[in-house]
Design a protein around this ligand. Structure first.
Ligand code: ADP
Ligand code: MG
Length: 255
């Protein structure tokens, strides 16, 4: 078996007195598409935010592509990673958020070229060419010069996806990317992800409440509750024959 691209080992995470993860271990293989489902407040966003290094941890280890995210081994001792190391690790991950998080004062194109130019040092011309190709991919070639506020929610989220892809991440993290959308706009966003999954090999870790989508796209589905994976398996098993009572109760509320 190859080395997993994401590995959490005995991770602990607390917010003040509240423990979110206590001895949490979890792996994702390269090119695997894993969906996380579960009630709100169970720690799903925190899991993705920890991977993005937007949140720290209180114990344990996290490896991404074989390298430690927060600590590095040096003279047989673990020491905190340097900022340079963190920047390098962050570049492997792209995240799309529920509320888009686009820069309102920048055009669509600038939203996409900003990070590749600033963080990766791409020339404006290279960044713009890449942005144009990505806008084509998400079906928004004609919106390059628009501002986020002139777009529908579905269009904004497709820009969010293009922006994440512009950094050429090995791993895509999607946090309820359709939850803030009107129902009729959900499919135009999910279609972009469907096509990506079909046409390119990507490792994807997604949190979603769209059960039909999780079922269709995932190699593995994890039902998450109170900071623990209660049950996981292939979509058919989780959705058609869940073993755990908590999974059944959760799914009954959706299906
Ligand atoms: P989910 O995405 O599954 O709804 P979250 O990961 O957002 O859950 O949150 C898990 C728990 O952690 C919740 O109880 C939430 O209130 C708490 N939490 C999340 N972020 C913070 C924070 N920055 N400070 C304090 N508590 C937080
Ligand atoms: Mg969340």
């Amino acid at each position: 078996m190859s080395q997993p691209i994401i590995e959490f080992k005995n991770v602990q995470k607390r917010f003040g007195d509240t423990t979110i993860f206590d001895d949490f271990s979890f792996k994702v293989e390269e090119n695997e598409i894993v969906s996380i489902i579960g009630p709100s407040g169970s720690g799903k966003s925190t899991l993705l935010r920890i991977l993005m290094t937007l949140e720290g941890i209180d114990g344990g280890y996290i490896n991404v592509a074989g390298e430690s995210l927060w600590h590095m081994l040096w003279n047989d001792r673990y020491v905190p990673a340097s900022n340079k190391h963190l920047h390098k690790m962050r570049e492997q991950l792209g995240m799309v958020f529920q509320h888009f998080n686009l820069f309102p004062h920048m055009t669509v194109k600038r939203n996409i070229t900003e990070a590749p130019m600033r963080v990766k040092g791409l020339s404006r011309q290279d960044a713009e060419e890449s942005a144009e190709a990505l806008l084509e991919l998400v079906g928004l070639a004609d919106k390059a010069e628009s501002y986020p506020n002139d777009l529908s929610g579905g269009q904004k989220q497709r820009v969010g996806i293009a922006r994440a892809l512009a950094m050429r991440p090995a791993i895509l993290l999607l946090d309820e990317i359709t939850s803030a959308l009107d129902p009729e706009l959900v499919d135009e966003v999910l279609d972009v992800i469907r096509n990506l999954a079909k046409e390119q090999s990507f490792t994807m870790l997604l949190v979603t409440h769209e059960m039909y989508f999780a079922r269709e796209i995932s190699d593995r589905v994890c039902f998450f509750d109170k900071g623990k994976i209660v049950e996981e398996g292939v979509p058919e098993d989780i959705f058609s024959a869940p073993r755990e009572e908590r999974t059944q109760a959760f799914l009954n509320a959706y299906l």
